[in-house]
Write a protein that binds this ligand. Structure first.
Ligand code: GLU
Length: 336
């Protein structure tokens, strides 16, 4: 069965890999400089797990900049990471130049909340653009009997690895349902990419993943013998009032024909955003921004989660200040 599962993941990912071939992953050998001065800048975008949507989105961004090596002298690579919180921290430490980060995590990092409470505001964090909506997604196995979030009590539930964006989202969802995650369920902290296999190996009953849709990880979870369903997260008015960075969201069930649900799934969500540091030069941020916006129609075709993007919408949902390199492009393009 594991073989069949892996094969299905291979199929799901093969589509993504077609366009990833246009960008350099961090494991690829550095491409030779074509710059007459021999000055090639290597920049790295932090993404998430390989079966999430950050990874192919990072690849799509890198593709366009890499196609213009002669103009920008930039070689853009993508890196798999633990997710939003890891990406912010690595950017602040100078280990990454860009990262895909949930809008709620961008807000919290810039204000010194949640994981950044002790370290304080990450005041060098800069926004580049926002991308697609991500939904706080809860999936459970049919044989676990879980039909509502309340049924998670006593079950083995992956709430997210430290470093992920979803860890705090899962805790918020559970607390909004009156469930104490440390005492009322068997909470696991494993990377989202590992959850589907652990589910099929009967080592988990349910998992949370804050992700855009459709996602390869969810397809993988639905491709095993153990049947699965999405669990709606409702009664969230107090949570939405308390946390301005959350909004209602819906997972269209037509994206996942193998799920046991019949109706679209109500939940809440955030936006995926691209962030950088104030220390990254303006010309680098300008190049990334310009190439994504100037190749907008092609960019939208590179992953189904990108299809509904609008240029105007990509300037919404940002809480850190815009980087001057991004501002330069938006002003030139009449978007600001
Ligand atoms: N939202 C997740 C996180 O920040 C990552 C989702 C993805 O990789 O698509 O950890």
């Amino acid at each position: 069965m594991r073989k069949a599962l892996l094969f299905s993941v291979f199929l799901t990912n093969s589509l993504l890999m077609i366009f990833l071939s246009g960008c350099n992953r961090s494991t690829d050998p550095p491409v030779q400089s074509t710059d007459k001065n021999g000055q090639m800048k290597f920049i790295m975008i932090g993404t998430g797990g390989i079966t999430g949507v950050y990874y192919p989105t990072g690849g799509a961004i890198a593709k366009f900049v890499n196609e213009k090596k002669d103009l920008y002298h930039i070689n853009c690579m993508i890196e798999t990471t633990g997710g939003s919180v890891s990406n912010v921290n690595a950017i602040m430490a100078g280990a990454l130049q860009f990262g895909l980060v949930q809008s709620d995590r961008q807000y919290q990092a810039f204000k010194g909340m949640a994981e950044w409470k002790e370290r304080g505001p990450q005041s060098d964090l800069r926004a580049v653009f926002s991308i697609y909506p991500e939904s706080v997604t809860l999936m459970a196995c049919e044989d676990s009997g879980i039909k509502t979030i309340q049924d998670l009590k006593g079950k083995r539930v992956n709430i997210g690895n430290p470093g992920s964006g979803q860890l705090q989202n899962s805790i918020d969802a559970l607390e909004a349902a009156g469930i104490h995650y440390e005492t009322e369920l068997q909470a696991e902290n494993i990377p989202a990419a590992d959850a589907p296999l652990l589910i099929q190996d009967k080592k988990l009953d349910a998992f949370f993943y804050t992700v855009g849709h459709p996602s390869a990880a969810i397809h993988e979870a639905l491709s095993g013998q153990r049947k699965m369903r999405f669990i709606p997260i409702t009664n969230i008015e107090p949570l939405l009032t308390k946390c301005p960075f959350y909004a209602r969201s819906v997972i269209p069930i037509k994206l996942y024909p193998k799920a046991q649900n019949e109706a679209d799934v109500q939940t809440f969500g955030v936006k995926a955003t691209l962030v950088t540091s104030a220390k990254v030069p303006a010309e680098t941020v300008y190049a990334i921004t310009r190439e994504v916006f100037e190749n907008f129609e092609e960019f939208k075709q590179l992953h189904p989660a990108l299809q509904t993007l609008t240029k105007k919408g990509m300037l919404e949902g940002l809480s850190a200040p815009l980087h001057p390199g991004a501002i330069k492009y938006y002003q030139e393009a009449g978007l600001l």
